[in-house]
Design a protein around this ligand. Sequence first.
Ligand SMILES: Cc1cc2nc3c(=O)[nH]c(=O)nc-3n(C[C@H](O)[C@H](O)[C@H](O)COP(=O)(O)O)c2cc1C
Length: 209
Amino acid sequence: MPLTLLDVNSSPFGEASVSRHLTHEFVDAWKLAHPDGKVIQRDLTATVVPPVSAAWIGAAYSPDVARTPEQRGLLALSDTLIAELQSADEYVFGVPMHNFSVPSVLKLWIDQIARVNKTFSYATGTPVGLLKGKKATVIVSSGGVYDKGTAMASFNFVEPYLRTVLGFLGVADTIFLTAGGASALNRGGDRQAFFQPHVASIRAQFQAA
Ligand SMILES: Cc1cc2nc3c(=O)[nH]c(=O)nc-3n(C[C@H](O)[C@H](O)[C@H](O)COP(=O)(O)O)c2cc1C
């Protein structure tokens, strides 16, 4: 059965984006490894994702059969985004660090896809993630360097946060690739030299497989 990859991007910078450049490289390498595979693109800067409201939360916690047409309408985007996660076998996320955390559009997406009895359950009393058997690669770009052992490592709320959220939803097989120090590009740094080691580690993921 051909595999499906879900490619989620959240940088506002289009073609100039570091994280988009690297997710693009990932998608190209993935397609080479899976010529029959299908790629679903979800650009969170091209999707209007509203913040959750009291009515949305009420709808999410209403039993499926009891929902009014209005409640179904409120959950329609969430249903679409969750269906993308369910239908994909693998995920790749392009995540620029914004103010030490994830871009707000990615947080809005997380609030839409973290849904009781859809992507997590407390039916047994303890949380159980319902996105089983999925693999995620998270590509984080940042102006500074936050890798383990560096002076700024404790300012990195992107990786611990996304690890927690993905783990909570059942996605345990998660790899983080970090492209720190991207601010050098704003000072005229060589883009190709900057990307080279990151592109190599993306390609290495597929050679190792
Ligand atoms: C709104 C905003 C907030 C940022 N916050 C941080 C930050 O907290 N730490 C950091 O190292 N870089 C920060 N940066 C720099 C970006 O993380 C860096 O430019 C990265 O390459 C952006 O990825 P992109 O090119 O895919 O958008 C910020 C950039 C923007 C636009």
